[in-house]
Design a protein around this ligand. Structure first.
Ligand SMILES: *Cc1c(COP(=O)(O)O)cnc(C)c1O
Length: 871
């Protein structure tokens, strides 16, 4: 019989143990081993059986055990200590507070809102599918560690993402277990009690959104506590919603495009409303900066425009002014150079949802459609593009590695057609990973026992401590971690084979699958085609020889999910699984189903080498290799994403790529052969080159170098502090300048309108140079004088620039330098003279041009208005 309803009954703890409930209620436990130790001490077997899930553990411990623990002084004392540590973590000043005291002139935002369609925080809150969600989770955790005031905003999916298992034939099977929110580490946001006014005890807080085809959509608001950071999660499973509304938050990345559009309306528009509700109820500061992690949350910009244009209690702004206010305070991060990864909707569908009053009355639907229009060369007029809207509604935008920034500037150059690729206003901040979540505690403990201080802001100092650790101790730790992975892999393999229909008696071979002393290569990622899951089996015979090498064998641990609708990806998984089913090699190559955070945590530390072979340049950043590196894994990777930036020749290996070879098959052949060569001639010989103590000295040297060179860079705390300094604080500066009565925003909007309208009158009429004779010499000064017609505009509205440098055979300027020309004289009819003097800094072919761009202190980049006039 099936139950018609389910709920989770929370335990009644004796007062002495109340702190354990508080520990379970804050997800900081998920990256704090000492807190996990307390849960394990409650009941080690139940802790393991619960999947290390504190809420489940607390629900399943028999009442008698609580009485025992309450009487156990040692336990109660430890519990008190860990609870006190959490209290101090949540309240003591951290980096952000220290830095803002040191630099009072920086506009440190009082609050930042961070929107993402998925958040990967812990395996027990499965609201993520892969890299994007894990990154969002690491962003919040690192913000918490740094004391950065961030509010996360996402959805609560009733089925989360699917769980993967395999059929007998190795075909991916998906299941979607129902998540009972009452059994998750989250709590529902409540209104204040109307009689007492005290917070959080009244009725459930809800937000609503007008829909075109029925009643308003309602959603309730869950709050997860991620250390110091609240994460708001919207959920449409609310009484009063028709069934098809309830289904909006059914699962992550499922359903057709209308389903996705509804999810994104909820995330963007509902997310802003949830923030307003949360701040009203709790008194938390309102965000000064809004960050959208990928395009999915882009409708937040439309909702903020609506707020500003119809505000009942504040000044009402005209549309263009409201857009300026919204843009100044918005940051957009693009995450993929794969065109299919960009979120697009049929234009008519967006029109249908925003027509008439719609969810954002006051914002004309035509204007919304224009914001997402692909009105550039090669664009599709029938499409509404969320990334395009993201760029138009955010004054600051970035990619997630230097290479990805470069690729994105090329990909979106069409939005700024008058500018060269290098000037497209998309920067980059390279992703990072949250060390306390991803680094094995034993690795941190070894470093700490040789003087590394995990609490220090000095991360270089921390990782430098590995130099003091004796090679034997480092190597011993690494072997222990490899051995733990082998045990974990066997357990998972046995479970998988049982699901595939094998009897226990057939599975004896699993006890000797993998070997704790064999060079272990890890490869885990989504089975997206550009990631090339099966490149390693391009030449199965050669792979077999590597695996079975008599002296220098290699073993492979592989994992990855394919999107449920991606049969191509599932076929790749099946190919790998079939290969790993081969009795001749199945002890050296295993596929572990259901790649998630719980599997990833022992996987990275157990690997000696982390393999990554995407089709360059489609891996925007990649973070799994960073997690491996922090655990003493060496990267063996195509120079893509972060590896292109930080590979230094000694911290791992670069797989040579056949860039430019258009025949995909041939390219795969070339790159696979290069991969085999590297493993055979470089990686394995070094790993097995042991000294008389059995230690691979040259390998350990590489580990030390990896920790020291990459350790400080790949951290999510480095990433978040980069966001704070390069994007959040500058955005807050502009937002404050515009917001203080909105006069600045009105002026900016009017200025933009005036400059756009007057731009047709801007012309560079004449340029002369003086001082360079017939044979210019390096170092000689050159005076440039240009006569520019500005029509209605004044010299203050523009910047006249000399763009100069080396030229190639086609007279194209390569890596040019920009020098600003100063206004020196004005003439009748809107004509002006601008001068500058430059030194000819280099010999060889030299060229220059003069151009005029709009100039205003509130612009971030000269390309922002999209207009430029060149001589
Ligand atoms: C880190 C991680 C990812 C993302 O890894 P990429 O290298 O970016 O592909 C995906 N899934 C899980 C479970 C992870 O831990």
């Amino acid at each position: 019989m099936r139950a018609i309803r389910r709920f989770t009954v929370r335990p009644l703890l004796p007062p002495a143990l109340a702190p354990i409930g508080e520990l379970a209620a804050n997800l900081r436990w998920s990256w704090h081993p000492e807190t996990q130790d307390v849960f394990a001490a409650v009941d080690p077997d139940l802790w393991a059986a619960s999947g290390r899930d504190p809420v489940r553990l607390l629900g399943e411990v028999p009442a008698g055990r609580w009485d025992e623990l309450a009487a156990d002084e040692g336990f109660v004392r430890r519990l008190g200590e860990v609870r006190a540590d959490l209290e101090s973590y949540l309240t003591a000043p951290r980096w952000y507070q220290r830095a803002s005291e040191r630099q009072p002139d920086v506009a440190w935002p009082r609050q930042i809102a961070y929107f993402s369609p998925e958040f990967g925080i812990t395996a027990v809150l499965p609201q993520y599918s892969g890299g994007l969600g894990i990154l969002a989770g690491d962003h919040l955790k690192a913000a918490s560690d740094l004391g950065v005031p961030i509010l996360g905003v996402g959805l609560l999916y009733r089925h989360g993402y699917f769980k993967q298992s395999l059929s007998r034939e190795g075909w991916q099977q998906e299941t979607y277990p129902v998540l009972d929110p009452d059994g998750l580490p989250i709590s529902l946001l409540h209104e204040p009690d109307p009689s007492t006014g005290s917070g959080g005890t009244g009725k459930r807080a809800t937000i609503s959104i007008a829909m075109p085809d029925g009643p308003d959509l309602l959603a309730r608001i869950w709050v997860a506590s991620v250390g110091r950071v609240p994460l708001l999660m919207l959920d449409t499973d609310v009484e009063g919603n028709p069934d098809h509304y309830v289904d909006i938050t059914d699962r992550l990345y499922g359903g057709n495009s209308e389903h996705r559009l509804r999810q994104e309306l909820l995330l963007g528009i509902g997310g802003v409303r949830a923030i307003r509700t949360y701040c009203r109820i709790t008194g938390a500061p309102e965000p000064e900066v809004f960050h959208t992690n990928e395009g999915h949350a882009g409708f937040l910009g439309i909702e903020r425009i609506r707020e500003l244009t119809v505000a009942e209690d504040g000044p009402r702004l005209d549309l263009e002014t409201a857009i300026e206010v919204g843009r100044a305070s918005t940051v957009f991060t693009t995450h993929t150079p794969v065109p299919a990864g960009i979120d697009r909707f049929p234009r008519t569908m967006v029109e249908q949802y925003f027509a008439d009053a719609g969810p954002t009355p006051g914002v004309p639907v035509e204007r919304i459609l224009a914001l997402g229009a692909e009105d550039y060369e090669g664009g599709d007029p029938g499409v509404f593009n969320m990334a395009v809207m993201g760029f138009r509604l955010a004054q600051r935008a970035n990619g997630v590695s230097q290479l990805h920034g470069h690729v994105s500037r090329g990909m979106f150059n069409g939005l700024w057609p008058a500018f060269d690729e290098a000037e497209v206003p998309i920067g980059s901040i390279t992703n990072g990973v949250h060390a306390p979540t991803w680094v094995a505690r034993e690795v941190l403990a070894v470093a700490a026992s040789y003087g590394a201080d995990p609490e220090s802001d000095d991360t270089e100092g921390f990782w430098a401590a590995v130099d003091k650790v004796p090679a034997g101790e480092l190597w011993g730790t690494k072997r222990m971690l490899r051995s733990r992975l082998v045990d974990e892999a066997r357990r998972r393999l046995a479970r998988s084979w049982e699901k595939r229909g094998s009897a226990r008696a057939e599975l004896g071979w699993i006890d000797s699958a993998l070997d704790p002393d064999v060079l272990t290569i890890g490869f885990a990622r989504r089975a997206a085609s550009y990631k090339r899951l099966t490149l390693m089996m391009r030449d199965p015979e050669r792979l077999k020889r590597l695996l079975l090498h008599p002296e220098r064998p290699v073993q492979l641990v592989i994992a990855g999910k394919a999107h449920p609708a991606d049969d191509g990806g599932k076929k790749l998984i099946q190919d790998i699984v079939r290969l790993s089913d081969d009795p001749e090699i199945r002890h050296r190559i295993v596929f572990l189903p259901n790649y998630d955070i719980a599997m990833a945590q022992p996987l990275y530390p157990g690997c000696d080498v982390w393999l990554n072979n995407p089709l360059r340049p489609y891996e925007a950043c990649g973070t799994s290799g960073m997690k491996a590196a922090l655990n003493g894994g060496l990267n063996l990777s195509v120079l893509d994403g972060w590896w292109d930036e930080w590979f230094d020749g000694d911290n791992g290996w670069a797989i040579p790529t056949a860039d430019g070879v258009d025949d995909v098959d041939h390219r795969d052949d070339l790159e696979a052969a290069a991969l085999y060569d590297l493993i055979e001639h470089e990686v394995a010989p070094r790993f097995y080159d042991l000294d008389h103590d059995g230690i691979p000295v040259r390998w350990v040297e590489m580990l030390r170098h990896t920790w020291k060179s990459l350790g400080p860079k790949v951290l999510a705390t480095r990433m978040v502090s980069d966001y704070v300094r390069q994007l959040y604080a500058p955005a807050a500066t502009n937002a404050r300048a515009l917001n203080s009565d909105y006069a600045g925003a009105r002026e900016l909007a009017q200025w933009k309108a005036r400059v756009r309208a007057g731009w047709s009158g801007v012309r560079v009429e004449h340029v002369e140079t003086h001082g360079v004779g017939d044979e210019p010499l390096v170092g000689s000064p050159m005076t440039v004088r240009s006569y520019v017609a500005l029509g209605e505009l004044s010299p203050d509205d523009v910047e006249v620039q000399l763009v100069s440098g080396r030229v190639n055979a086609e007279d194209v300027l390569v890596d040019p330098v920009t020098t600003v020309l100063q206004p020196t004289e004005s003439y009748d009819g809107g004509r002006h003279r601008f001068d500058a003097e430059v030194g000819l800094a280099r010999s060889g072919p030299f060229g220059y041009t003069v151009r005029v761009v709009p100039s205003n202190p509130l612009l971030v980049a000269p390309a922002e208005l999209g207009v430029v006039t060149v001589a």
